[in-house]
Write a protein that binds this ligand. Structure first.
Ligand code: BJW
Ligand code: ZN
Length: 266
């Protein structure tokens, strides 16, 4: 491997992580980019190029055109079905073998952290694998298994089998909606007591998730940001590592192992 200017940064991150007692990993769409899943602010391709994701991921859009929004999620479910977790996800799961407490707080809806073995994952924005009643007629959330429903798939989303009135929608958090209360509460609590927060692949522009690194920093955590581009987090991070997470995270893990075997216990 050639000498990389990032090595000193990776070493510093590894040193902070090696001593961590309460690690919070905070991830966004960038961690799944190398799995071939476009980030939220990437322009949509092909058929969907003319739409603005920020205008589709809202309850207003669904109310106005349920078929359009439903079809967009069907398209993205197809993308996800053909994708796999990447070395970044795997490296994060491996932190658990080395550290006493690791919690992953994710804004992603792809389920990849859980799939590779991260055992404590807080999902702030829901999960693409689930659906629920748009009216949550049986309480929040009223989950619906669409595999058990028969309906004309060309016509848009099915009706909720409980109320037969509202449409079924993905169990994700749209703009203007509240985040799941228990998940957000626990995320804030953990971020506030974290000694290290490892932020990966998020633009940091979406509220309230983007407050978590701010809480961590304010309470004395070492904030590490891994992102090929400058994010809203990079500016106040203690260590900003400009690079793709699928490459940087495995290198951090390797540097932690190298550090651990370099004499301290001798
Ligand atoms: C790599 C990489 C590689 C590339 N390796 N990295 C004005 C000011 C302040 C706030 C607001 C405002 N107007 C409205 C609001 C509130 C709004 C908000 O924050 N809007 C902002 C756009 C300004 N927030 C909300 O509405 C939230 N609810 C709320 O506030 O409730 C209170 C309320 C109630 C009623 C009325 C008003 C308020 C809810 C937010 C829900 C977000 N939902 C989404 C969609 C989920 C479902 C779906 O996917 O369809 O969640 S939006 C989208 O953004 C998605 C993501 O989880 C989220 C965050 O995006 P993320 O993950 O950071 O991705 P990107 O694409 O932004 O960035 C990718 C990054 O990866 C980049 O930095 C790349 O460089 C990097 N990258 N390759 C590592 N290889
Ligand atoms: Zn219903």
């Amino acid at each position: 491997m050639s000498m990389s200017p990032l090595i000193p940064l990776i070493e510093r991150a590894a040193a902070a992580l090696r001593d961590s007692q309460r690690l919070v990993v905070f991830t966004g769409a960038g961690v799944s980019k190398e799995s071939g899943i476009p980030t939220f602010r990437d322009a949509l391709e092909g058929l969907w190029a003319k739409y603005d994701p920020q205008q589709l991921a809202t309850p207003e859009a669904f109310r106005q055109n349920p078929k359009l929004v439903w079809d967009w999620y069907t398209f993205r479910r197809g993308l996800l079905a053909g994708a796999e977790p990447n070395p970044g996800h795997y490296a994060l799961a491996q932190f658990e073998d080395r550290l006493p407490q690791v919690v992953v707080i994710t804004q992603n809806i792809d389920g990849f952290h859980q799939l590779v073995g991260s055992s404590d994952v807080i999902e702030l924005h829901g999960n693409l694998a689930r659906n629920k009643c748009f009216a949550n007629c049986q309480g929040e959330p009223t989950l619906v298994n669409v595999d058990k429903l028969a309906w004309d798939k060309e016509s848009g989303p099915p009706k909720c089998p409980y109320c037969n009135t509202a449409y079924v929608r993905p169990d994700v958090v749209w703009y203007h909606e509240m985040l799941p209360e228990a998940a957000l509460k626990r995320a804030i609590q953990l971020s506030t007591v974290a000694d290290v927060m490892l932020v990966v692949g998020t633009s940091g522009i979406v509220y309230p998730a983007n407050q978590l690194p701010v809480f961590a920093k304010r309470n004395g955590a070492t904030v590490i940001d891994v992102n090929p581009d400058v994010s809203q987090i990079s500016g106040f991070a203690d260590i900003f590592i400009p690079g793709p997470s699928g490459e940087i995270l495995p290198q951090i893990l390797a540097a932690m192992d190298a550090d651990a075997s370099s004499g301290e216990d001798v």
